[in-house]
Design a protein. Structure first.
Length: 488
């Protein structure tokens, strides 16, 4: 069943546009989120069979909680624009003509004194729609009348007697969301603002503005200091660094950017900005190495380059990784980022550690290749082989010599790797951890044991003699991309 539907009268008289009556008589006085909900409800109601026509989907699409959406719907129900009914709740939208003819009245005695006080505070004539918006805010947000009066006084002191209704309702909603619904709680919010106003005015001055601090400024400053945890001196520094058309919104965007990049200190921020040109060039080189092109490199820097640099990777290492990603058909920034995260988890950050990991991967594949040969197999090493080898060595703590000897016993079997796994598992259960003990169980003489041990020793000496810091073939470099998943 559809969450939102029109009455038959609405369907006959509706239009695709939002009626001017709504824009003139309702929109200016309603909280912005409430307007958003009403407009989207009108949009989605035109298709009752739409998969988006339910409360959960509407909350996700509008990025609002179910409580906020329901508060908005109750607001518009009080305004006479819709009706809530049923369980689970459904919504029926009314045409605006019906809403106007619907003479919804609040309890006059309850709000009589409130009306006089608000009229006196604002020093102007207040129309019924404005009063209705205040009543609705108090009823839906559960704000006490004395608390709402304090909010109106606060807003008038901020913006003057011509302060808009929507501004007052926005302050009321924000503070109600933060738990301020009584006079005492609202007074604490006002005190919070007053305690922070000197710092906020400093920031506004740093932005080369002479205006006074507002409620919106306080909300920004609260986010920067409490949510993002920037110190006041850092906020001032960033504000002063904005040279072209500085505004509170530009400052907010910059601080959010630094927060995402985990740059909290003035020294860190200054260092980042000083190296911006170098970082831009690096972003261009990395994308080019991956075969990519971007008109705007800022998202690349923000999402990839700077986080990589923060992990300790330098330009040389990043370009080596990018080039080898391309050679191994990893040709996206996210693909490269995936492997960098895996390298970082293994402590592979410098070019030297990357080369060492390649050498280790080559050594492991060389040993596995010898195991396959002992099994009588001539195929290439694959991921299954690497998983087996890791289990045998890291989990079962078996030496290469013991594994190679076990492989020699599996040579004439139809499924040698399957047989090898069974033999090694049996040895593990019996506590057999040397070739000598394995020989005793299998009944072979010490001469064979000596030969096997000598062969394994030669293999190990050969593997440890690999020359470091050389040019690797594509196949050799590819081993690190194949092996890295097995070691995480």
């Amino acid at each position: 069943m559809a969450f939102i539907k029109h009455s038959s009268d609405f369907i006959e008289n509706s239009k695709t546009e939002i009626d001017n009556i709504f824009i003139n008589d309702y929109l200016p006085y309603a909280p912005s989120d409430f307007v958003k909900v009403y407009i989207y409800c009108n949009y989605i109601s035109n298709s009752s069979d739409s998969p988006d026509n339910n409360l959960d989907k509407i909350c996700k699409i509008l990025n609002m909680s179910e409580l906020d959406v329901m508060n908005a719907l109750k607001y518009w129900e009080n305004e006479g624009l819709l009706k809530l009914y049923g369980d689970p709740v459904q919504v029926m939208l009314y045409p605006l003509k019906s809403a106007i003819s619907n003479d919804h009245k609040w309890n006059k005695s309850k709000y009589e004194e409130f009306n006089l006080i608000i009229q006196d505070i604002t020093k102007r004539q207040i129309l019924p729609n404005e009063f209705n918006s205040y009543y609705t805010a108090m009823e839906t947000l559960k704000i006490e009348i004395p608390a709402f009066i304090m909010i109106v006084k606060f807003c008038v002191n901020q913006k003057g007697e011509n302060v808009s209704y929507s501004y007052i309702n926005t302050v009321a909603k924000n503070w109600a969301d933060e738990g301020a619904r009584t006079a005492e709680e609202v007074n604490n919010k006002i005190k919070e603002f007053e305690d922070a106003v000197d710092n906020i005015n400093e920031v506004i001055k740093a932005l080369k503005s002479k205006r006074k601090a507002t409620f919106e400024d306080r909300q920004f400053y609260k986010k920067w200091t409490e949510e993002l945890e920037f110190k006041h001196e850092v906020i001032l520094y960033v504000a002063k660094s904005i040279k072209v058309s500085p505004t509170i919104y530009k400052l907010d965007a910059k601080l959010l950017n630094y927060y995402e990049l985990k740059l909290y200190d003035i020294k860190e921020i200054a260092g980042f900005e000083a190296e911006r040109d170098t970082v831009i060039k690096l972003a261009s080189k990395v994308t080019k190495a991956l075969g990519l092109y971007y008109d705007n490199l800022e998202p690349v820097i923000f999402s990839y380059i700077q986080p990589w640099l923060s992990k300790g990777y330098d330009e040389e290492t990043l370009l080596v990784i990018a080039n080898n990603c391309f050679k191994n058909t990893i040709r996206t920034l996210e693909g490269m980022n995936n492997y960098i995260n895996k390298f970082y988890a293994r402590g592979i950050v410098s070019l030297q550690s990357l080369n060492q990991e390649i050498e280790n991967s080559l050594k492991v594949d060389s040993i596995i290749k010898q195991i396959l040969q002992e099994c009588g197999l001539v195929r290439n090493v694959n991921s299954w082989d690497r998983d087996f080898y890791r289990t045998w060595t890291y989990s079962w703590l078996m030496s290469d010599e013991l594994i190679i000897y076990g492989a020699s016993l599996a040579k004439d079997k139809a499924q040698p790797m399957q047989y090898l796994n069974k033999v090694l598992s049996d040895w593990k259960e019996k506590g057999i951890n040397t070739v000598e003990k394995a020989k005793e169980v299998s009944g072979e003489n010490s001469k064979t044991t000596s030969k096997t041990s000598t062969t394994a020793t030669k293999t190990n000496k050969k593997n440890t003699a690999i020359i470091h810091q050389r040019e690797y073939t594509n196949e050799e470099v590819g081993t690190i991309f194949k092996n890295i998943d097995s070691y995480l």
